[in-house]
Design a protein around this ligand. Structure first.
Ligand code: UD1
Length: 416
């Protein structure tokens, strides 16, 4: 298992290029299940989660070729089951449920179970499919769904769910009649998927708002689609400029997807200047403490909560960070405290009192975004930080140690 070793204290400077968004690429690749023929997907990041979704698609009989563009062909789907082994390594595997029922009339998908950041149920995906007329049963840890033809209807999501919206939006494309998804997720990744589906011949409107309308069609054709830049990766490098007092051009990001973060980082004293094709992020001499509450888009993303917390450990005062999206997403706190951070957790709130400096330590990644926050802390800590379990970071950040090294960080990956 690899480790990442960092000697902190370098101000990061230079250009970093942002990869395609993992959370957009995953549903877009899955959408190929809805239409036969060869699809071409561009700007797909090179990540472990992408390799996992390819494995899952191949296990269903789908052909996947190349890295970017990825060419996908679902002419010969010969299996409608997503096994426990695949789903347990990546919860987003649940995305095959809706498309398989819509195209094949049947799907058997393992229930994801718990994960490091909370229970993360899929009850809303299941309820929506039932609302569309599918028969759904839970048996032996699997969701078994059947429908000769799904029927369009009005679906209300009790909670705004990103993959839930994507799953049902895909299913509704081949349903009979019109579906209205109310309290739908508004994330840019949902829009990217909707645009891809429309380029396959789907009839979707309202994406990016909380009511999405889908008029079902009989069949779809293959798509040529481009994955949007990863706003979470971009945000992580912006925070890296903030925490190290650096000056980074974050190239290829879409700054309109980063509004909440930009405003918060400006409040912390950073200078953020968008330009055509990217933005410049310049750290302040002293970090001002700011309060953060995570929310569905366009609110502050939960996927950047751990990273902004790393920055707030060095703030000039106290910062209150409230996590409202996931119930147990403070696994990074104990590790940050091992590096000298002063953090108290009460329920879903963390009170972070700024300290003058962090010290390098041996720390352990617990999930994808927690790993990013520990790397950020390591970049500014005195001495040596050794991060283990880095396989978490490889799920969602393409070449993170190479990108940081190119910005002047003293960071390397070692095989143990
Ligand atoms: C997606 C992202 C993940 C991000 C999250 C929130 C992908 C592949 N992953 O995850 O990186 O952190 O959005 O922005 O896009 N919930 C239910 N029942 C359900 C579904 C969700 O109670 O059936 C709850 C969840 O437990 C959570 C909240 O809804 O508390 C939001 O979760 P959701 O948006 O579904 O997250 P994911 O789509 O899994």
């Amino acid at each position: 298992m690899d480790k990442i070793i960092i000697h902190g204290g370098k101000k990061l400077r230079g250009d970093v290029f942002i990869s395609g968004a993992k959370n957009a690429a995953l549903p877009i690749m899955v959408s190929s299940l809805l239409a036969p023929g060869w699809h071409n997907f561009h700007n797909v990041p090179n990540l472990v989660d992408i390799r996992t979704i390819k494995r899952l698609l191949r296990s269903l009989g789908v052909k996947c070729e190349g890295d970017s563009p990825v060419r996908v062909n679902s002419d010969d789907i010969n299996n409608c089951e997503a096994s426990y082994d695949l789903v347990k390594t990546m919860r987003a595997s649940i995305l095959v449920l809706g498309p398989l029922v819509a195209r094949m009339g049947i799907a058997r998908v393992s229930l994801p179970g718990g994960c490091a950041i909370g229970a993360r149920p899929v009850n809303l995906h299941i309820k929506a499919l039932k609302d569309m007329g599918a028969e759904v049963e839970l048996r032996d840890g699997y969701i078994e769904a059947k429908a000769s033809k799904l029927k369009g209807t009005t679906i209300y999501f009790d909670i705004s769910t990103v993959t839930g919206t994507e799953n049902i939006m895909m299913a509704a494309c081949l349903a009979e009649g019109t579906s209205l998804l109310k309290n739908a997720a508004k994330e840019p990744e949902v829009i990217n998927l909707a645009v891809t589906l429309n380029s396959m011949g789907a009839r979707i409107t309202g994406m990016g708002t909380d009511v999405i309308r889908i008029d079902g069609v009989d069949r779809l054709h293959p798509a040529e689609a481009t994955v949007i830049p990863d706003r979470i990766e971009a945000g992580t490098y912006m925070i890296a400029a903030g925490i190290t007092g650096g000056d980074i051009n974050v190239m290829g990001c879409n700054h309109s997807h980063l509004d909440a973060l930009i405003l918060k980082l400006r409040n912390s004293g950073m200078k953020i200047t968008p330009f055509e094709g990217g933005l410049r992020a310049v750290g302040a001499r002293r970090i001002k403490s700011i309060d953060i509450e995570t929310l569905p888009y366009p609110g502050f993303p939960t996927d950047l909560q751990a990273q902004i917390m790393a920055m707030m450990t060095l703030g000039g005062g106290s910062s209150v960070i409230t996590e409202t999206v996931f119930e147990n997403r403070f696994m990074h706190v104990n590790e940050l405290m091992r590096m000298g951070a002063d953090i108290v957790i009460k329920g879903n709130t963390a009170v972070v009192k700024g300290v003058p400096r962090l010290q390098g330590a041996q720390v352990m990644a617990t999930d994808l975004r927690a790993s990013a926050s520990l790397i950020l802390a390591g970049l500014v800590a005195e001495g040596r930080t050794e991060l283990s379990r880095v396989y978490h970071i490889d799920r969602g950040y393409q070449g993170i140690e190479k990108k940081f090294a190119a910005l002047g960080a003293d960071i390397k990956r070692v095989a143990v």
